[in-house]
Design a protein around this ligand. Sequence first.
Ligand SMILES: C[S@@+](CC[C@H](N)C(=O)[O-])C[C@H]1O[C@@H](n2cnc3c(N)ncnc32)[C@H](O)[C@@H]1O
Length: 283
Amino acid sequence: MKFDIYLNKIFCGDALEILKTLPDEFVDLGITSPPYNKGENKKGWLVKNIKYAGAVDNLPEEEYQRIQVEVLDELYRIIKPGGSFFYNHKLRWERGIMIHPMDWLRKTKWIIRQEIIWDRGIAGNIRGWRFWQVDERIYWLYKPKGNNLIGEELKSKHALLTSIWRLPPETENPHPAPFPIELPTRIIYSLLDDRKGIVIDPYCGSGTTLVAAKLLGHDYIGIDISKEYVLYAEKRLKECAKEKKRVLEELSKHNVKETFRERKEKGKYTGPYAPQKQRGKLF
Ligand SMILES: C[S@@+](CC[C@H](N)C(=O)[O-])C[C@H]1O[C@@H](n2cnc3c(N)ncnc32)[C@H](O)[C@@H]1O
């Protein structure tokens, strides 16, 4: 295949520079958690502050957002029409002013298809300026095919996992800010299902997205600026069989005995829209 030279590799370097060297419209799906520009001197209270080996996470906010828009637009070029990119980020505050990922996502070429709440259940900073922020966000960005801005439907077994993902943070990984393998596994399986595809992560860190893609039988492309993390991710990919159990556990959650429509047809409980008498004590 003419794209083989790019596949199942991790490129070490700046995400934007490397993305610019990749061809148009050959990738099916992307997932990433970029550096959050949190300022390395801000202290978490429960856990140590995040410091990457090989990158500074402390740009002027305007410059940070401009680079993120450029990176996302390069990904838009590389991903096929009908393809998607999942972008994990969080709400931040600077001197009391909220900085929301939507501030720059709306400046990109992508259609914002969904905002998913990632409920991590715990977070490092526990000061009382506001309610304890234990959530992050995952934006499902979509590249339309022709005039269709909506795209294909997910199978019910995936869609019924809902827009709130309760996944605890990763604890078995030496990288300072990894996501748990269940997160990219859920995305890849829901979007590609039994279709084989190419998955990219432009800030791949310890390689979590790539390991999930490999274990699910897909090709992958990773990028990270840190040589140390690239070497770790390559080792992890070689030994990925160890992580299969967690991937299979996530797949087992994609299971629906009766669809919403089937339950409705049988007059069974279907959530808030069930007949009053079936709502029970939930309401
Ligand atoms: C939040 S971490 C990603 C962690 C990853 N999801 C995982 O599970 O391990 C962000 C990564 O971006 C990398 N990074 C920072 N600046 C970069 C840049 N300009 N280009 C490419 N990678 C960069 C860091 O080295 C870090 O590994």
